[in-house]
Ligand binder design. Structure first.
Ligand code: B1M
Length: 211
């Protein structure tokens, strides 16, 4: 088991998409739980990619191909992370805020919410406040969920909350925020209703908001 996880970790770091897919499939076939493959193989590798980027050993292209390799593996894990038979628990509009292209964490949160029975409208990355507002209105969402990975794009969350206020919709939706630089304190400061540090806690947070 450990050997396969180590191989997945290395292949994500090296950005070898095909090898990641093969090893993820092999790990699933070997009965390794999907959350173990995700957390110990793939998310741990991305954290190391980030560390190497900070140290100047990796550059943007290396981050990008590692991210692509991870996305390929995630697609294989998805059916094992979600339970398609659960009934709809609420509707969520989700996106990464304006100016921010990081979408892996947001995709994971969307996947876990879907697995928990939420209907998810995924707006993608680089989503402007108006787009969140229009989508929340159009889909009559109960929750607007925002992800940010850059300290410079976090203010996009506050701008979106203000846009919902201006549109007179703030009372109709709950706001949930998350992403590596986002904290509970920041969520409280900008007036969000919920925060979570990872994708599985996001499900609990979303359920709590609608309880
Ligand atoms: Co960029 N990047 N990146 N990057 N990147 C980081 C975020 C960085 C920390 C790297 C570093 O310096 N160590 C740094 C940010 C520094 C900062 O702001 N403090 C950084 C930088 C600087 C940049 C650029 C500015 C680099 C440049 O161009 N010079 C640039 C910005 C581009 C832009 O967005 N405008 C950039 C570009 C990129 C790529 C495009 C190459 C690529 C992203 C590809 C993609 O997403 N499709 C990329 C990557 C891959 C990373 C790292 C290495 C990995 C991110 C990731 O996917 N992690 C990252 C380093 C790191 O995170 N350690 C880094 C795995 C993912 C599962 O975790 O997204 O944190 P995460 O999601 C978690 C939780 O945060 C939480 O749940 C998930 C796990 O369960 N979560 C939520 C996330 N959203 C949530 C929402 C919720 C609840 C929980 O509720 C709604």
């Amino acid at each position: 088991m450990e050997a396969l996880i180590k191989e997945i970790y290395s292949h994500v770091m090296e950005g070898q998409s095909e090898a990641v897919k093969q090893k993820v499939q092999a790990a699933l076939d070997a009965g390794i739980p999907a959350p173990t493959i995700l957390n110990e193989g793939m998310i741990a590798a991305m954290a190391e990619v980030g560390r190497l980027f900070e140290e100047g050993e990796y550059f943007v292209p290396e981050m990008l191909i590692a991210a692509r390799a991870m996305q390929g593996g995630l697609a294989l894990l998805k059916p094992h992370l979600v339970d398609s038979d659960v009934k709809i628990a609420g509707k969520v509009v989700i996106g990464t805020v304006k100016g921010d292209l990081h979408d892996i964490g947001k995709n994971l949160v969307a996947m876990m919410l879907e697995g928990a029975g939420f209907e998810v409208v995924d707006l993608g990355a680089d989503v402007a406040p108006d787009k969140f507002v229009n989508a929340a209105r159009e889909h009559q969402a109960q929750i607007v969920a925002m992800s940010a990975l850059l300290t410079t794009t976090m203010p996009g969350m506050k701008a979106t909350i203000e846009a919902l206020n201006t549109a007179g919709m703030r009372d109709q939706v709950k706001i949930m925020v998350g992403g590596a630089p986002v904290t509970q304190d920041y969520a409280t400061l900008i007036g969000a209703d919920g925060y979570s540090s990872d994708a599985s806690r996001a499900v609990a947070a979303a359920k709590a908001l609608l309880a």
